[in-house]
Each structure stands twice: as C-alpha cells, then as structure tokens.
Design a protein around this ligand. Structure first.
Ligand SMILES: NC(=O)c1ccc[n+]([C@@H]2O[C@H](COP(=O)([O-])OP(=O)(O)OC[C@H]3O[C@@H](n4cnc5c(N)ncnc54)[C@H](O)[C@@H]3O)[C@@H](O)[C@H]2O)c1
Length: 263
C-alpha cells in the first residue's frame, strides 16, 4: 500500500527522543516513507539525527525549541514554513509522565500542563494557517492515563485527558477546512524512558512482569514500531475519512474484559 507520504512536510513536536523511543521511531518511519520531518525539540539529539539523515541524502530539519515557550514555538513553525513553503502534518509526541500528584505544588502542576498539554495547543495554533492551505492533518499522542487514571500523576492525567478533548474539539473546528484530527492512545509501550523508570524501582523486573501479564494480546508491551506504523497510516491519505478518533494501539489493555486477567 502506497501511503503517499513522499515529500510531505511533517512537524514532529518532541521528535528527538533517544534511539528506540516512540518519537525517534516515528522519525525513522517517516524518513523510510520519503516524508520530510521537521523536528521541534529541546534536545540537540535532533541535530545529530538530521546530520545522519543528510549523509544518506534525506531531507529533514531540526529546530531547537522549548515547546513550553510560545514565542519559540511560533518562530520554529515560521521557520519550517519559510524553509519548505508548506506544512502538511503536525504530530505532537512530546510528553512526560512526571508524577506531579496531589502532593505536588500548583506551580509544578502548571509546568507539567505547559509541557504535556499547552505545547500541543501552541504547535497547532501556529501551524494552522499552513495546514489550512495544505488541507493537512493533526495527530496527537495520547495516553490511557487520560481515560483510566494511574494514581500519583494528576497533572499528566489532566494533560492527556485534555489532549483527547482537544482532539475532538479541533476535529469539529477544522472539519470545514478538510483538516483531520486524530489521537493515538498508548498504554504500555517499551521505550528507553520506560526502562529508566523501571530501573528506579527496587524490583523493576517484577514490576515489568506484573505489567505485561495484564496486556491481553501477547502478554507483552507494545513496540514503538507498532505505534509508528499506526501514526503513518493515520496521517496518510489512506485514512482520508477518519477524524476525531481515539485509536488505541495497546494490545487490548484498556477495553478487553478483565476476566481475561485470570487466564
Ligand atoms: N511509553 C509508554 O508506555 C507511553 C504510554 C502512554 C503515552 N506515552 C506517550 O508517548 C509519547 C512519547 O513518549 P517517549 O517516552 O517515547 O518520549 P520520547 O523520548 O519519544 O519524547 C520525548 C521528547 O520530548 C522532548 N522534550 C521534553 N521536554 C521538552 C521541551 N520542553 N521542549 C521540547 N522538547 C521537549 C525530549 O527531548 C524528547 O526528545 C509521550 O507523549 C508519552 O506521554 C507513552
């Protein structure tokens, strides 16, 4: 199936994750399809990814941005539009389950919202004029935590709930412009940050086991590649009549009958 993503300019906000992260895997998958990723990230890894790509003759760019800073987001997106003359897709990936719970301060709560929620608003706000011209689309990375809760992470839960609400809200706002807006919901996906978190626990391996046992399909975590493949399909014209959707790539974690857990 040809996804026809060749030469599509795709902003990946939070696109410079470590090797093997969800964002880095999305980046590699976009490049495989011949798309042009424009990485917006605070980490200089983005520059080294772009160097690697250009050595292979692939077009990509990196804009070093703190996505919590409105002016920086505006400037970077103007830079993408000036460089390529268009923006076809915005993929919002940035996010951190930072554990700001009921014992956190209001300032910490607000900082977490800025990263996990407000940044999504800013990228879309400033890319919108170009998306209207290209009849592009928006894809937000959501989390099960926004629907199920997790405990101990009020700000992230509020932010990811907000990301889903904005997905539906924007799908309505932009339906008249032919702009599709969707979210992919992740439950348990094996990434470097997941690994680092487990390593902070006293018995991380036991915790990992207890998590995977509760994932119905295959009793294993989702791979970043499974997320990236669904991202590619959803942003492509092959998904041309899909908007306002929450697409769960979670091995049945959120919806399947809990009776399965005993099996
Ligand atoms: N791994 C899971 O099981 C899981 C579950 C649910 C949701 N998710 C979501 O998936 C997404 C990707 O997760 P990941 O752990 O692979 O992350 P990642 O490593 O792919 O991406 C995080 C990126 O955000 C960047 N970043 C952080 N703060 C920034 C800032 N202020 N400005 C600009 N960039 C900034 C980092 O440099 C990094 O490159 C997140 O939205 C996360 O909430 C993951």
């Amino acid at each position: 199936m040809d996804l026809n993503l060749k030469d599509k300019v795709v902003i990946v906000a939070g696109g410079a994750g470590e090797k093997g992260s969800i964002s880095e895997t999305i980046l590699q998958a976009l490049v495989e399809e011949g798309a042009i990723p424009a990485i917006l990230d605070i980490d200089d890894r983005g520059a080294s990814y772009v160097d690697d790509f250009s050595q292979k003759g692939t077009n990509a760019s990196f804009f070093k941005v703190d996505l919590t800073k409105e002016f920086e987001v505006k400037q970077a997106i103007e830079g993408v539009a000036a460089k390529y003359g268009k923006i076809d897709v915005v993929v919002n990936v940035v996010g951190s389950n930072d554990g700001i719970g009921l014992d956190g301060s209001a300032d910490d709560f607000m900082e977490s919202l800025k990263l996990n929620l407000v940044s999504y608003f800013l990228t879309v706000k400033y890319a919108l004029a170009e998306l209207k011209k290209s009849k592009g689309n928006i894809l937000n990375i959501g989390s099960k935590v926004g629907l199920t809760g997790q405990g101990g992470t009020s700000a992230y839960a509020a932010a990811k709930g907000g990301v889903l609400a904005m997905t539906r809200e924007w799908a309505i706002d932009l339906v008249g412009n032919g702009i599709r807006v969707n979210a992919i919901i992740i439950a348990e996906c094996w990434t470097p940050s997941y690994d680092s978190w487990l390593k902070t626990l006293e018995d991380g391996e036991k915790k990992r086991q207890s998590i995977v046992e509760k994932i119905p399909l295959g009793k294993r975590m989702t791979t970043p590649r499974e997320i990236a493949d669904t991202v590619l399909f959803t942003i492509s014209e092959r998904s041309s009549h899909t908007t306002g959707q929450f697409i769960f790539v979670d091995g049945g974690y959120v919806h399947l009958d809990r009776a399965m857990l005993g099996e």
